[in-house]
Design a protein around this ligand. Sequence first.
Ligand code: ADP
Ligand code: ASP
Ligand code: MG
Length: 412
Amino acid sequence: MARIVQKFGGTSVGDLDRIKEVARRIKATRDEGHEVVVVVSARSGVTNELLAKAAAINPQPHEREMDMLLAVGEQETIALMAMALHALGVPATSRTGGQAGILTSPSHTRARIMRIDPAKLEDRLKAGEVVIVAGFQGIDLEGQITTLGRGGSDLSAVALAAALHADLCQIFTDVEGVYTADPRIVPEARLIPEISYDEMLELASLGSKVMQARSVELAKKYGVTFEVRSSFTQNPGTIVKEEVVSMEDVVVRGAAADKDQAKIIVSNILDKPGSAARVFQALAKAEVLVDMIVQNVGRNGIANLTFTVPRGDARRAEAAVAALLDDLGGGHVTVFESIAKLSVVGVGMRNHSGVAATVFTALAEAGVNIQMISTSEIKISLIIDLDQADRATRAVHAAFKLGEQAPAAVGG
Ligand code: ADP
Ligand code: ASP
Ligand code: MG
C-alpha cells in the first residue's frame, strides 16, 4: 500500500463529465489498495470569471475579499468530487485548505505556506476515506482565508505530499507532461521523460505555466519527486526529480516564453553614485519585482537605465520612478508593454560554450531583434517584441533540434 497525492488541474475537472471521469480514476487508484489524497483546482475558467466579477464591481477590491471570492472556485470542485466518489460507492470527504491544516502567511492573494498539520488528514486516511482538498487556498493564524497565487494548486499538492510523507505525487493536467516547449505554440515539441528540479524551476519561472514555479521550489527543498501527466490518457508523463549526471548530456532541455512582462526605460538621468540605488529603492518600496536590469555607459554625465517588471506592475513602477525624476536631474520614464522574454534552459549549459551563439543566429535568421540579454549558469533569456514571441520560440526550438530524439550537441 502506498500513500499517493493526486492533483487535478482546471481542465481535468472542467465539467461534470470530467469530474465523473476523474472520480473513476481516483477509485481505480484506491481499489489498488492505496491511500489517496486528492487536490483539485477550480473548473477551468472559473478563477478568471471570479476575477472579472470582482473587477466589474470594484476596480480596487480589498485583497481579503478577493481571497474570500477566489477560494469559492476550488470549493465547488471538492464538493462535487466528493459527491462523484460517493456515487461510485467510495468513502470520501472534502476539505477546504484551512480544514486540511494548511496554515499560511497573512499576505492575501500571494500567501506562503508556513506549516501543514498532517494530523487533520491522517485521521481520515486511517478511516479509509479518500480526502479531497481544495487547492490554491489556506488559512492564516487569524483564521482568514488566503490564496497562494495563480496556479497555486500545484503548490498545495506538493506541500501536502511533503507533509504527509507521500510515496508518490502526481500532477494530472491537460497535456502528456512537460515538453521541450509549450506544445500549443511549438507543434514539434517533444515530451521530456525526466527533468531536474532546477531545469523545471527555470522553465516554470520563465513562462512555462505547466507547473507553478513555487511548487517546484518546494519540491526541491523537501525532495518531493513528482510526476506530471495527463488526466485524459494513461500514459506515463514526466518525472521531476533531483539532478542525475546523465542530465548534463543534454545542453538545452527546453525553451519558454513569458508574455507577461514589460520593459521600462528611465532615460537622461544623472550618471552619479546613488542614482540607480534611488530608482531601485523606490521600486522595492512599491513592491515591484524587477527582473533584468541594464545600464548603458554614461555619456556627458547622463545615463539610461532599462529594466523589466511583470506587466501588471508596470504602471505602479512608472509612477514610483516618475516621482523621483526631479531629484535625478530630470529625465523620462517610458513603459513598453509589448515585449516578451524568451529563454532557453538546460543544466548541460554549465559545461558547454556556443549556446548563446546558436540562439542569436537562430533569431537573426528569423528576423527577430534582441532588446536585452541576461544569462545564468543554466539559462539564457532575451527580451524581444511580443508579437514575435511564438515565431522566436519555434526558431530556437528548431535550432537546438529539441523536437528530435537525440539531444543536440553544441560547440565545445
Ligand atoms: P492545469 O489546469 O492542469 O494546472 P495549466 O493550464 O496550468 O494546467 O498548465 C498546462 C498547460 O501548460 C498546457 O495546456 C500547456 O499549454 C502549457 N505549457 C506551457 N509550457 C509547457 C511545457 N513546456 N510543457 C507542457 N505544457 C506547457
Ligand atoms: N484556480 C487557481 C488558478 O486558476 C489555482 C490553480 O488552478 O492552480 O490560478
Ligand atoms: Mg496550473
